[in-house]
Write a protein that binds this ligand. Structure first.
Ligand code: AMP
Length: 214
């Protein structure tokens, strides 16, 4: 099974995507995680991407499209993949369509997760992420059992450099301008559905499970 998960920053794509991918034996391919890995390894691509990420802007299409294509052809993606944060604009969606056709691949579910702006802001401001497995926590709403440590894998948690008020508002603007047109692009697709992500973690996860089983 191959899934595209998209929606605004802070809606829970990462947290829910990791879990959904684990349950369905799919590889979780989060564009943001791939980029952050390139940044911390200081590859040429990572150095180029960092400027855009720090400013809350999208990294140029040619960079991210190349990265995702080289990733979906690897063996571990053959059993299925969940794309989290890609595509993020219509040009990327078109490139993805072409690339999947070239590799004889299909998408089984395109899921749009949504929540109110207030919920997104609250989530992003208190967010903590696992440095190893990307599992998400929140300082107030879903704190880890031990401060600073991931409940799932025991690795250290960190706050993302772009989870500051200024960069968050820029990312939300970029979402409205560049990513939200995907709703129209995918809206009529027979595998498209919307999931309300305003509720608690368990409830949203149940809604996602229903979406992929339905
Ligand atoms: P995320 O972890 O999904 O919130 O992404 C963090 C940052 O990585 C974004 O604010 C962008 O700068 C960059 N990024 C992630 N996915 C993409 C994409 N599909 N296209 C361009 N830039 C991206």
């Amino acid at each position: 099974m191959n899934i595209i998960l998209f929606g605004p920053p802070g809606v829970g794509k990462g947290t829910q995507g990791v879990k959904l991918a684990q349950t369905n034996d799919m590889v979780h391919l989060a564009m943001g995680d791939l980029l952050r890995a390139a940044v911390s390894e200081k590859t040429d691509l990572g150095i180029k991407a960092k400027t855009f990420m720090d400013a809350g802007q999208l990294v140029p299409d040619d960079v991210v499209i190349g990265m995702i294509e080289s990733r979906i052809v690897l063996d571990d993606a053959k059993a299925g993949f969940l794309l989290d944060g890609f595509p993020r604009n219509v040009a990327q969606a078109k490139a993805l369509q072409t690339m999947l056709a070239e590799h004889g691949l299909d998408v089984d579910h395109i899921i749009f997760m949504f929540a109110s702006n207030e919920a997104l802001l609250e989530r992003l401001c208190g967010r903590l992420i696992c440095s190893a497995c990307s599992f998400g926590f929140h300082r107030h709403y879903s704190p880890p059992k031990t401060e600073g440590i991931c409940d799932q894998c025991g690795s250290a948690l960190y706050q993302r450099a772009d989870d500051t008020e200024e960069v968050i508002s820029q990312r939300l603007e970029v979402y409205v301008e560049q990513t939200s047109p995907l709703l129209e692009y995918y809206g009529d697709d027979e595998v498209f559905c919307k999931v309300n992500a305003e509720a608690g973690l368990e409830q949203v996860y149940e809604a996602l499970l229903t979406a992929v089983k339905g």
